[in-house]
Design a protein around this ligand. Structure first.
Ligand code: BGC
Length: 746
């Protein structure tokens, strides 16, 4: 698995037998002392060697010191299959299949930090078993537009939610001796023109919307960050002084390594001075694009060495980079705690549990769901996504799975002996199933016309007790997929027409939308039940069946707004997407004109009516909220108040509710969103049970980023606490006053 690890191990043995264990190999010694010891033994060439790749996914160790090479892998939903040393083609291994976990949107939709910890630990074990030291994920770029092809790999539109949810993933993963590589830092909020977009954003939006989840990741102790492809201030993010040196390493005190996105480095001198530590994926043009064994020509390889040898640059930056990479190695590849297992029953259970927790019941008129199986029940399943494998495709997060349960298989298993289940196609989407040499092996070809497919589905639907339409997006280019964005909000492949026809044929229609993005639903009022099912990985079908049959009571909440149309999204309403190409260069300037008003902040400020609002998600039971109370009507700076709200399960089955707390600043000297999420808690309640949910709110929850003072500021005055079941289903309010002014630290 790690070709030179054997050599490294040999040299470790010889070192150990010839003398006392050197300090850098002593796992009980303080990390910084070990790093300095290793550094002091390295030549300039050794240091250069460890700061750039030596293959598609691996960088060199220090063979003379017995320090093994460092292996990275995508990420973030499972461990990527092996590719050839120098090529993207499959290596053809037969032991690199993995468990695919649900996409990060599904994880965010669980609103449950314990589920995130389970995710991190499970994927960490898979990565460790496969000999990976750095997992390329998780991603926390904010959901700015529903067209972004990579939203499914991120954690939604709210910086607080994404920050709370990303931390346990990182800590769980790293507890297995595998580093998180938090991506894509930063402002990589769309895929179109991802290498050439120069984002223009004001400091308030930067600090209030786009940075907090990354800061939460740094605060959680992430060992590496991946710098993004795009630019800010005309400087590529992979060597962007402000973002890497000033913010990440300066303001946030990050001591880990900054890794470039693959091919994101463009300049040796900027890479030296502007905070990049480890270069990967560079296309060595000038030799020939992607030439084999061209790693010596990387920006941080021979060109850097030459500048040092000629005296044009010093070695202070090199030492800093080598230190950071050594730290990363000691935390991972040299960490005896790096241990794992692959495709274990526990990992499948984890994948199913995460999926169960993330599925969102969007609508359930007349309690169509869960499926009732008394009598001779006929269930008709319609749609390509009921059978299509979703773990292959989507770009670098594509996986080779040991198994993937389709929604149809999941339903068949769950309803075995209880109902007759039949499937018809309904529509033909994308019948291909290949990414990077991994093939699904499914033959989805169907030469029938759209009319024939609809006629068949309608005919069967008339005789069914339930019709379950499973559609949505897929991982093909232009859908939920890297390197391109969607071209519109609507469902592809004529699905709207199929759904309309089914709704007319059978009143018990359930639409299961598989996607990582919001989609338009022009038929929303004609369909009684709608489920948002995400990309759920290996156990997708089982999780979906769990919820549809009621074995699991749905408890997920939307981590982003479903707008009615693109005009209800700030970026689109203001024409601030995808930017304007400069006349004389490939650079595309993209100004985030909506500033801090992203997602529900925009919807609230403009009073739009979302199709489904941020934080929305129903249950098979009902929850009643009592009055929210505060333990003090005033707070001073440095104080905190406790908000209490009783929540009761008033239905007949056990369930979980995500109690959400938003804060509104009643009057401010700057524009503030009408309300912002500042706390939440997922509570499990038995029928009739009440829990008094408590939240502690301090100055942080009241502050905005004062761009002139470059500091977080809370202004004295009246604030409102809004507690509810979604951003648009506020059940109770309370008020308090902040009494004196102070400036928070950076
Ligand atoms: C993607 C990264 C990924 C890397 C390696 C890049 O194109 O943007 O997210 O980790 O490739 O596959």
């Amino acid at each position: 698995m790690k070709p030179i690890l054997f050599a490294a191990a040999l040299s470790l043995c010889s070192l150990a037998s010839s003398a006392a264990t050197p300090l850098y190999l002593d796992n009980n010694a303080p990390l910084e002392e070990r790093v300095e010891d290793a550094l002091s033994r390295m030549t300039t060439a050794d240091k250069i060697a460890i700061i750039h790749a030596q293959s598609k996914f691996c960088s060199a160790g220090v063979p003379s010191l017995g320090i093994p090479e460092l292996w990275t892998s995508d990420g973030p939903h499972g461990v990527r299959p092996e590719v050839l040393w120098d090529e993207w083609d499959q290596a053809g291994w037969t032991n690199d299949s993995c468990v695919a976990f649900p996409a990060l949107t599904a994880l965010a939709a669980s609103w449950d930090p314990a589920i995130s910890r389970l995710y991190g630990e499970s994927i960490g074990e898979e990565a460790a078993y496969r000999g990976k030291d750095v997992l390329l994920g998780p991603g926390v770029n904010i959901y700015r537009t529903p067209l972004n092809g990579r939203n499914f790999e991120y954690m939604g539109e709210d910086p607080y939610l994404a920050g709370v949810m990303v931390a346990p993933y990182i800590q769980g993963l790293q507890s297995k001796g595998v580093a998180a590589c938090v991506k894509h830092f930063a402002l990589n909020n769309n895929e179109v023109n991802r290498h050439t977009t120069n984002v223009i954003v004001d400091d308030r939006a930067l600090y209030e919307i786009y940075l907090p989840a990354f800061k939460a990741a740094a605060d959680a102790g992430a060992w590496s960050f991946m710098a993004a492809y795009n630019l800010n201030g005309d400087e590529h993010m992979c060597h962007n002084k402000r973002f890497l040196n000033d913010i990440l390493k300066g303001e946030w005190g990050f001591d880990g390594a900054v890794i470039s996105d693959w091919g994101g480095v463009h300049d040796t001198r900027e890479a030296i001075t502007n905070g990049l530590d480890l270069e990967f994926g560079t296309w060595t043009n000038g030799l020939s694009s992607g030439a084999s064994n061209a790693y010596d020509n990387y920006y941080l390889a021979r060109p850097y060495l030459k500048l040092i040898e000629s005296g044009e640059v010093g070695t202070a930056e090199l030492d800093d980079k080598a230190r950071r990479v050594l730290r990363l190695m000691m935390r991972t590849s040299m960490n005896p705690a790096q241990r794992g297992s692959m495709c274990s029953p526990e990992h499948y259970t984890a994948a199913r549990t995460i999926g169960d927790a993330g599925i969102v019941l969007l609508k359930n008129d007349g309690n169509v769901l869960p499926i009732k199986t008394e009598g001779d029940v006929k269930v008709l399943v319609v749609g390509e996504n009921a059978v299509k494998m979703m773990t292959v495709g989507g770009g670098s997060s594509s996986l080779k799975v040991q198994r993937e349960i389709s929604p149809l298989d999941g339903l068949r298993a769950a309803l075995d002996g209880k109902a007759q289940v039949e499937w018809v196609r309904g529509y033909v989407g994308d019948v291909t199933g290949e990414y990077n040499g991994v093939v699904t092996g499914q033959d989805l070809t169907d030469s029938r016309s759209a009319e024939e497919l609809i006629a068949e589905a309608v005919d069967k639907a008339r005789g069914a007790d339930y019709v379950i339409f499973v559609g949505g997006l897929n991982k093909s280019a232009g859908q939920d997929c890297e390197d391109a964005d969607r071209t519109g909000l609507e469902l592809p492949y004529n699905q709207d027409a199929v759904i309309e026809a089914l709704a007319a044929a059978n009143p018990n229609l359930v639409v299961v939308n598989v996607s990582g993005n919001a989609v338009a639903m022009p038929w929303v009022n004609k369909v009684p039940a709608i489920v948002q099912a995400w990309f759920l990985g290996s156990e997708a079908g089982n999780s979906i069946a769990d919820v549809l049959t009621g074995a699991v009571n749905p408890s997920g909440k939307l981590p982003f707004t479903f707008p009615t149309s693109l005009n209800d999204v700030g970026a689109h309403a203001l024409g601030a997407y995808p930017g304007t190409q400069r006349a004389d260069s490939p650079i595309v300037d993209l100004e985030y004109k909506e500033g801090i008003l992203v997602g529900y902040r925009w919807a609230d400020a403009k009073n739009t009516k979302p199709l489904f609002p941020f934080g929305h998600g129903l249950s098979y039971t009902t929850f009643e909220y009592g009055d929210a109370t505060v333990d003090s009507k005033t707070i001073g700076m440095g104080d905190s108040i406790t908000v209490s709200v009783p929540v009761t399960n008033t239905g007949k089955v056990p369930g979980q509710e995500v109690v959400q707390l938003y804060i509104a600043d009643n009057k401010a000297s700057v524009v503030r969103p009408p309300k912002e999420l500042k706390a939440f808690k997922k509570v499990a309640l038995l029928p009739g049970q009440t829990e008094v949910v408590k939240f502690t709110i301090g100055k942080d929850a009241l502050s905005f980023f004062d761009d002139k003072a470059h500091a977080w500021t809370a202004e004295p005055g009246k604030f409102t606490v809004l507690v509810g079941s979604s951003s648009r289903d506020i059940r109770s309010k309370a008020a308090f006053t902040l009494t004196d002014k102070a400036v928070a630290s950076k």
